[in-house]
Write a protein that binds this ligand. Structure first.
Ligand SMILES: Cc1ncc(C[n+]2csc(CCOP(=O)(O)OP(=O)(O)O)c2C)c(N)n1
Length: 279
């Protein structure tokens, strides 16, 4: 199998794991998580300098899921990478579990920031990148932001700061699925032209198909896009990617499949009912 096919196979598996975790939790942001699955696979299996045996390793690259509500995807990739046992995913959102509805950096190995309040993870990441520069460290900080999240003012304050301080160790990826919680972005607070906005704030930008492994990899290989500047990738994605009825549908921001939908979802994901109850 060539490398791209291998990554695609990992994505297919990751989508199954995400679905299982949310199914067993009885709730979660399924569509938001499926949107970033391909980005996470390329990041974690090709780029992030991390060590599951040493989650707190000081020289690791940092990854911050600024759109923290999509944590099922983060938990799933951390389990897939070996930061903790897959069985733990079955406890997501259950009483006493470390895996809550939003990620907790104090409890979960591999989580670099407690996020969920939109507009906070990315600025926190910029702070870590700044610290890296001040202390002459060579780690990078990667952060995935939601497009709806980009309506938060704190995102733009941090964007100004990162450019001002030449943080070329900071990489932001906007999951541009064109949807936010209740509706399409363009009906609430349009971001276009998004690339020009970030460029005007001093970032070097590129746009890719966020479900195309080769495009994701090519973009990440060029980081930093310019020495002395922070880099931004606008990843055009589909919210709910992989489950036909959940794709690009506002109602699927926070919803669980009913019995009929469950059958379709399993078929779309290529999973049997027996597989669903095992992890
Ligand atoms: C500060 C803040 N306000 C509101 C929310 C509730 N909320 C959770 S997800 C979400 C929509 C986010 O949209 P987007 O960033 O586009 O994420 P996606 O559509 O990809 O899930 C909102 C408003 C929140 N988590 N934090």
């Amino acid at each position: 199998m060539d490398e791209t096919r291998e990554l695609e196979a990992k994505s297919k598996e990751l989508r199954k794991i995400i679905f299982k975790a949310i199914y067993h939790a009885g709730g979660g942001h399924l569509a938001s998580s499926l949107s970033i699955a391909d980005l996470l696979v390329v990041l974690y299996f090709k780029f992030l300098k991390v060590d599951p045996e040493r989650p707190g390793w000081d020289s690791r690259d940092r990854f911050i899921l600024s759109k923290g509500h999509a944590c099922a995807a983060l938990y799933a990739i951390l389990a897939q990478k070996g930061f903790f046992k897959r069985e733990l995913l079955l406890s997501m959102c259950r009483k006493g579990s470390v895996l809550g509805g939003h990620p907790d950096m104090l409890k979960i190995p591999g989580v670099d920031a407690s996020t969920g309040s939109l507009g906070h993870g990315f600025p926190y990441g910029v702070g870590i990148a700044f610290s890296g520069k001040l202390n002459e460290r060579d780690y990078k900080v990667y952060s995935i932001l939601g497009d709806g999240e980009c309506q938060e003012g704190s995102i733009w304050e941090a964007a100004i700061f990162a450019a001002q301080h030449g943080l070329d160790n900071m990489i932001a990826i906007v999951d541009y699925n064109k949807l936010q919680a209740m509706d399409f972005i363009e009906n609430i607070g349009s971001l276009d032209p998004l690339s020009e906005k970030w460029s005007a704030f001093g970032w070097k930008t590129t746009e890719i198909d966020g479900h195309n492994m080769e495009e994701i990899e090519t973009a990440l290989n060029k980081i930093p896009f310019k020495k002395g500047s922070p880099s931004l990738i606008i990843a055009h994605t589909t919210k709910g990617k992989g489950i036909s009825f959940a794709e690009n549908a506002p109602i699927w921001h926070y919803r669980m499949p009913d019995e009929r939908e469950l059958k379709v979802a399993l078929k779309d994901l290529g999973m049997t009912e027996e597989e669903l109850i095992r992890i």
